[in-house]
Design a protein around this ligand. Sequence first.
Ligand SMILES: [Zn+2]
Length: 189
Amino acid sequence: MSKEELEQTAEAFRKDLGLKKNDPLDPFHLSVDSVVVERLRTSSCIDAKTKRILAGPACGEWSAMSVPLNADQDSWVVFLNDCHTIERQRVTLLEEYWHILSGHKLTKIAKIAGAFGRTYDSAEEHDAYFLASATLLPRDAVKRMVSEGKGAAHIAATYGTSPELVEYRIKRLGLWREHVGKKVSLSTP
Ligand SMILES: [Zn+2]
């Protein structure tokens, strides 16, 4: 999908939820048909030893795993690493929702935390992350706040995301120069 298509897809999604243009969205308040969210620390799906590894030494290596419950991949469990900050979990969860809502299929084999599993291909990773960031940080609101000189930390606090996600969003929107206040000029001959 092109950038503009991704922006419009995220906008339409926010509209369907009944959000106003500048409203923040907490993905933890979202429910998606046939998708169940399991949090690592409260999950009863895995044994205590595996849990300790996933929350301990392997914590930094993964943020979520989506597991299809049937061959058609239309019913899912999203297994979420809730050892990460709530801000990071929000974009992670929404990214997983977007993979599912976009019909992405788990295909590529990857090694994660010493074990082999399936992931999405990199174009789908890009699209899902872009969609999640655009859904959390609406384009017009970010543009306005950057033009008002608001910093990434302020925008992040308003929308419940990390400042790093705001910076990613500002760059994707082509607002980085304005954000960092770099002046440009032409030399007169
Ligand atoms: Zn992903």
